[in-house]
Design a protein around this ligand. Structure first.
Ligand SMILES: [Mg+2]
Ligand SMILES: [Zn+2]
Length: 163
């Protein structure tokens, strides 16, 4: 029952798809960043599995609904699968602190903890790529090393040490 897998945890907006400075509420605004396919292929070849952890407080705010979010995530997963890169899981927090507290919104680590347990991932061999300090905090709370990037930055140079 040893946790042997290593994972790359990924924030969504600004890491996988284009961060536009506001909630991505329309499918038309969901655009995968150009370096992501190659970056994930490199990490896949180095033995990592992939988990997405994303705050989607726009759901609590009523800016979009779960079916709209699901459409974006189905597109994201199918586009990357075409490149040979499967996501093991896509976790999202639909809450927003203006409407109540939850345990799953980053920087809380609940969603990372769920993934670690479900997929038997070894946190010390895993990394979290995020474009906000809260992404880094939620991983490091459970022993996953954070890699902080700028929104929409090509993060391939920053993961070369793990290839
Ligand atoms: Mg982000
Ligand atoms: Zn939540």
């Amino acid at each position: 029952m040893n946790a042997q897998k290593k994972a790359v945890f990924l924030d969504r907006d600004g890491v996988i798809n284009v961060e536009r400075g506001d909630y991505i509420s329309r499918f038309e605004d969901f655009e995968i960043l150009p370096h992501v396919g190659q970056g994930l292929q490199l990490l896949r070849d180095a033995g990592f599995i992939f988990i997405v952890i994303t705050n989607q407080g726009g759901i609590a705010k009523g800016l979009y609904d779960v079916s709209a979010l699901t459409k974006m995530h189905n597109f994201m997963e199918s586009e990357l699968l075409k490149l040979g890169v499967p996501f093991q899981d896509v976790y999202y927090c639909p809450h927003h602190p203006d409407y109540g507290q939850c345990l799953c919104r980053k920087p809380n680590s609940l969603l990372v903890e769920k993934a670690l347990s479900k997929h038997r991932i070894s946190p010390e061999n895993s990394i979290f790529i995020g474009d906000k300090p809260r992404d880094i905090a939620c991983g490091e709370a459970v022993g996953v090393k954070g890699i902080l990037i700028e929104p929409n930055e090509n993060w391939i140079p920053k993961i070369e040490a793990y290839l």
